[in-house]
Design a protein around this ligand. Structure first.
Ligand SMILES: O=C(O)CCC(=O)C(=O)O
Length: 266
């Protein structure tokens, strides 16, 4: 496919705050990404980085991920039972352990709580956790992605086709805020291209080979300290390897529900 004809709406919007229009446009697919530079101050980033040292950070299975990625906090797409559905016992245990470790870290200000508060102000209503049979899911994983991440998409309604949440999700956004960034590299790449069933012929570990995005319009977004980024993760996206330094972000998803609320999870 040729990129000669571009979608003029698939661009990066930058502003001092996130707005309800930004969130609605991402949900509707009528913008590419929205970034708020300096969303967290260098002091807050430094404080978070110090507190992170006390967290039990683990790594994903490198064979599955194709690269070493460190993380703290459970992400729902890692807890799928072999036959489909949620491996509930493992997930809720990991959630409880992560909440206890988070509380022990005493991270103040809490960058995840602060981010949710500001996004809630933008939307005009507080953002609560997505729930499963009334139980709050975990939101706000910490990820250190230094070696890059494969081309992939995230879409909870496909990962769990039998409706995991009590809420009905109509659109999904990904939020990342960086508390440590590399000297160069580590760009987030977002393509204007959603998954198609024929893409399954191009799987690579948990992601997809570059063929699926070749020739498609993309945004390349270098991470800067304290910046927050929202994009629609049902578009294919990837992370470039870093030249040197640590690329650490707090991340969660936002879901726009059928009743117009925003909920979060990781
Ligand atoms: O770290 C990033 O820039 C994006 C990470 C990612 O793959 C995601 O949020 O799904």
């Amino acid at each position: 496919m040729s990129t000669a004809v571009l979608d003029p709406m698939f661009t990066l919007t930058e502003g001092e705050v996130f707005t309800d229009r930004d969130i609605a446009a991402l949900a509707a697919g009528t913008t590419g990404a929205v970034r708020v530079p300096g969303f967290l101050t260098p002091d807050v980033c430094a404080g978070a980085l110090e507190a992170i040292e006390t967290l039990p950070v683990g790594t994903y299975d490198p064979e599955r991920m194709g690269a070493k990625i460190a993380r703290f906090g459970p992400a729902l797409n890692d807890y799928r039972a072999p036959g489909g559905g949620l491996d509930a016992e493992r997930y809720w245990q990991a959630t409880e352990e992560a909440r206890a470790a988070w509380a022990r870290s005493g991270m103040r200000p809490d960058p995840v709580a602060r981010s949710l508060e500001r996004l809630g102000l933008a939307w005009g209503a507080a953002i609560g956790p997505a729930t499963i049979a009334g139980r709050a899911t975990f939101g706000g994983t910490l990820r250190e992605i230094n070696e890059g991440a494969l081309i992939h998409f995230d879409e909870v309604v496909r990962e769990y086709p039998t409706a995991l949440f009590d809420q009905t999700i109509t659109a999904q956004l990904a939020f990342n805020v960086w508390v440590s960034v590399p000297s160069s590299g580590g760009e987030t790449r977002v393509w204007r291209r959603r998954w198609h069933p024929t893409d399954e012929a191009h799987r690579q570990a948990y992601g997809y080979r570059p063929h699926v995005v070749e020739g498609h319009q993309e945004l390349r977004l270098p991470p800067e300290l304290g910046d927050a980024l929202l994009f629609n993760p049902t578009n294919f996206h990837a992370v470039e390897p870093c030249a040197s330094g640590r690329r650490i972000a707090f991340a969660f998803f936002l879901g726009l529900t059928s009743t117009g609320h925003l909920v979060y999870w990781s």
